[in-house]
Design a protein around this ligand. Sequence first.
Ligand code: ADP
Ligand code: 5GP
Length: 204
Amino acid sequence: MPGTLFVVTAPSGAGKTTLVRGLLQRDARVQLSVSFTTRAPRAGEQNGREYHFVDLATFRALRDRGEFLEWAEVHGNYYATSKVWLKEQVAAGRDTLLEIDWQGAQQVRKAFPDAVGVFILPPSLDELEKRLRGRNTDSDDVISRRLLAARGEMRHVAEFDYVIINNELQEALEDLVAVVRAARLRYAPQHLRHPQYFDFLEQD
Ligand code: ADP
Ligand code: 5GP
């Protein structure tokens, strides 16, 4: 049975990484897709764990060879999802989550129309700024650029199936867990999971 694909998108600082980490701890059946990026690693980030960190020439070579399912320039760096790896995982029945921006989400939706889209919103733009500053990982310049972009990114919220406002962290995590659970209960995966039951219903 094919796995379910989850696409989680948010403006930088809304809490996407924190929520996804919480989900992965709660639900061992969901795995994360590790993207390629030309961005430099942040303190504590490891090559192959948070991202595959590559230089621009390598990124372009991989892209031109058709290795990416989607790619986008976000805040001055390039990001991409591996095509072969993802197709293998979904075909092998593994539920896989992509943490990508709205441009990538649009491309994934075309290739996987059944993908479940989740948009995470901050409670306000003021709170978003506080979180970006509190995270202490980016320079003032980078933070200003990300804040300027946030409103434009948030306008794409209507393209997603589910919207989670990350105000209180535990509540937002429960929401994300609930979305994953609900997605597994959709007709198509249930039909595949319980073939005898559905065969019985279809008999005269
Ligand atoms: P993103 O991955 O969307 O860029 P992060 O998960 O890195 O965002 O979160 C940005 C900052 O906000 C981090 O310092 C994180 O600990 C904090 N944060 C996340 N969710 C909440 C929340 N619900 N309330 C307060 N702070 C939060
Ligand atoms: P960060 O540099 O903070 O890790 O991520 C910046 C932005 O790039 C986030 O909006 C994140 O979702 C997006 N991003 C990360 N990986 C990918 C990817 O593989 N494809 C696309 N399109 N965006 C990505």
